[in-house]
Design a protein around this ligand. Structure first.
Ligand code: FE2
Length: 202
């Protein structure tokens, strides 16, 4: 099996009360695991089983048929790997200076950034993702539908929040805004954002 389910970088019960252990278990051990399993089923025994995940996503983006199916499962594998890195127990609060400076430059204030991110996440109709991306030396908020992600538009993701219903329904039912607000304020892994910003070279 070429693609593997990465273990969570934290304990399943360490994100409460923002994200319950039950949600984390379902989300990682069932939903995320299923994307990896299906990706292996679709690529096993073909040259694609040894492909780098990001390359495979770019190669299969915006196509139909089998490629579309591979793309969906490859991108959802990548997106979830990225999401689990984006959150952490005892996260949230005020970002480190290097991140805060960029947020204040492009969104006026941390509070305004949070409000705009929540608005964008709520405005994403149906399943999808809300992202903070680095683009042309600036930070921007973006949303994507279903499995789509910033890789396919050549953008560099620095943070994300999963807004598929499976991410929040057990804990928040239909209240997506309350979920996203709680994640930003209490779980955002600003150290990861800082690392991604350095990697962006911007
Ligand atoms: Fe998810």
């Amino acid at each position: 099996m070429a693609f593997t389910l990465k273990p969570l970088p934290f304990a399943r019960d360490s994100l409460g009360p923002v994200m319950s252990a039950r949600t984390v278990e379902h989300h990682h051990d069932k939903h995320h695991a299923n994307y990896v399993r299906k990706l292996n089923e679709l690529t096993g025994g073909t040259p694609r089983e040894d492909r780098d995940l990001e390359t495979l996503i770019r190669d299969t983006a915006n196509r139909d048929g089998l490629d579309r199916n591979i793309f969906n499962n490859a991108a959802q594998t990548w997106n979830h790997d990225f999401f689990w890195e984006s959150i952490a127990p005892n996260g949230g609060g005020t970002p480190p200076e290097s991140v805060l400076k960029g947020i204040e430059r492009d969104f006026s204030s941390l509070e305004n950034f949070r409000d705009r991110f929540i608005d964008a996440a709520v405005g994403q109709f149906g399943s999808g993702w809300a992202w903070l991306i680095a683009k042309d030396g600036r930070l921007e908020i973006a949303t994507t539908h279903d499995a789509d992600n910033p890789l396919i538009s050549g953008n560099h993701a620095v943070w994300t929040c999963d807004v598929w219903e499976h991410a929040y329904y057990l804990d928040y039912q239909q209240e997506r805004a309350r979920f996203v607000k709680a994640v930003i304020e209490n779980l955002a892994n600003w150290q990861f954002v800082s690392k991604r910003l350095v990697e962006s070279g911007q």
